[in-house]
Design a binder for this molecule. Structure first.
Ligand SMILES: *[C@@H]1O[C@H](CO)[C@@H](O)[C@H](O)[C@H]1NC(C)=O
Ligand SMILES: *[C@@H]1O[C@H](CO)[C@@H](O)[C@H](O)[C@H]1NC(C)=O
Length: 410
């Protein structure tokens, strides 16, 4: 066994790694890739079987897509499951001693869907995506983490007697994804019993929105609402109007209505400006609103306690691509069929359909079904004494209370 290869992974150094594996495993590796490429229907459509087993102290080295922070291996496995293309993962546990990369969740894939190699490595746990196990679209994350801090993304702080109350405060607030609570023994006296509520996007957001001739994109209207209200509202948009400055975050949106939904979901957004040329949605925060006329910019106010008209999610966008985040593709006759397929697939959040106006005929009629991670993720994870961190329990409500689910719940 070559221990040096083991020691290199999993790593930010991972870039070096594939070449090392290749030189050693060239023969078998290449043959395997070739075989699976022929067997699987098409790229990105490798059927995943259900393997829930966790491999303690085993590394699946290399082939990283990215890494995300995660407090434990079960959470990491859920991240992999929600990631559009993750097939397996390696998680660096708290007891890892080689460097400071604790709580890194490396999400990974290979053309075969299986790790190229599995090697012993102390302090890591590896496993597989649960995509093949019919996972819950929004898993219940009821675990709390003693002596783990989730630093960052704070939008509100309050004092609570215990972490349970902090968790309830988080669960009740739709903007809250995770929390950290300091107990009565916390080192810094002034901030004992503090409850930090942390924001995270639970709306599916395309990571790239760009103009592309011959492509039609759109959303699954099922996934756009995290909350439902009885009271309908239209909201308010100011056409050809800019509200300069006071930006808190720039995000991507496909339309002013989409930007309005994002502002409404952000706990600090007081109003927004959407620049259609570039799909830039500027979320803003201020106590005053100074407007100015500007062509191509639509501004507006959030709508927080009512049901915004979601017809925006049903319209498709010609010459627009939501590039990346592909789960798989299927061949379809038109964009309507593609949208219907996305709406009917509980994991699909948005799609691209390639028409015959696209320059490369190899991609014609491809319907790309897409998704991003929407489950709660900590902004970061670190070890700190006398704190407890955890997640909102909104997706656990159905299990925790005896109220039968209503028809309109997904
Ligand atoms: C799951 O994966 C592990 C590691 O590759 C393997 O040893 C085990 O046999 C697999 N289990 C099933 C049920 O396929
Ligand atoms: C939602 O908006 C669309 C288009 O603006 C409109 O046709 C429709 O009547 C609205 N629906 C409701 C319930 O207000």
């Amino acid at each position: 066994m070559d221990v040096k290869v083991v020691e290199l992974t999993p790593a930010d150094k991972v870039v070096d790694l594939p070449s090392i594996i290749k030189t050693e495993k060239m023969g078998t590796h290449l043959i395997l890739v070739g075989l699976f490429a022929i067997c699987s229907l098409s790229f990105g459509q490798v059927s995943s079987e259900c393997n829930q087993s966790l491999q303690k102290n085993i590394d699946f080295p290399g082939t990283d897509i990215t890494f995300l922070y995660s407090p434990d291996v079960e959470h990491c496995q859920q991240l992999c499951t929600q990631h559009s293309s993750c097939q397996f993962f390696t998680f660096i546990r708290a007891d890892w001693t080689r460097d400071n990369r604790h709580f890194y969740c490396y999400v990974k894939s290979t053309p075969s869907g299986k790790p190229n190699v599995q090697t012993p490595l102390l302090g890591v746990t590896s496993g597989f995506s649960l995509k093949g196990c019919t996972p819950h679209a929004q898993p219940c994350l009821s675990q709390v983490y003693q002596n783990l801090n989730f630093p960052g993304a704070d939008y509100r702080t309050l004092f609570t007697a215990d972490y349970e109350e902090c968790q309830r405060a988080c669960t009740k607030d739709p903007a809250c994804q995770s929390f950290t609570h300091t107990n009565g023994l916390y080192a810094e006296e002034k901030i004992r019993y503090n409850c930090y509520l942390k924001f995270g996007w639970s709306l599916p957001r395309p990571t790239i929105i760009e103009r592309k001739a011959g492509v039609i994109s759109g959303f699954s209207h099922n996934t756009q609402m995290t909350e439902t209200f009885d009271t309908a509202c239209q909201g308010i948009l100011f056409q050809n109007t800019d509200i300069p400055r006071n930006d808190i975050q720039k995000v991507l949106a496909v339309s002013a209505e989409h930007c309005q939904i994002l502002c409404s979901a952000h706990p600090q957004c007081t109003y927004f400006s959407f620049v259609s040329n570039g799909f830039d949605c500027f979320l803003k925060k201020a106590n005053e609103m100074v407007i100015s006329a500007k062509k191509g910019v639509t501004s507006g106010l959030p709508a927080r306690f009512c049901q915004l008209n979601n017809s925006w999610a049903k319209v498709t966008h010609k010459e627009v691509s939501f590039r990346g985040s592909d789960m798989r593709y299927e061949l379809m006759d038109n964009a309507e069929a593609c949208q219907k397929t996305c709406v009917e697939d509980p994991y699909c959040q948005f799609f691209d359909y390639v028409t015959e106006n696209f320059f490369d005929h190899h991609y014609w009629r491809h319907c790309y079904l897409k998704r991003v991670i929407t489950m709660p993720t900590p902004p970061k994870v670190s070890k700190v004494a006398n704190v407890v961190s955890g997640f909102a329990l909104r997706s656990c409500v159905q299990k925790a209370t005896p109220i039968p689910p209503t028809d309109d719940e997904i």
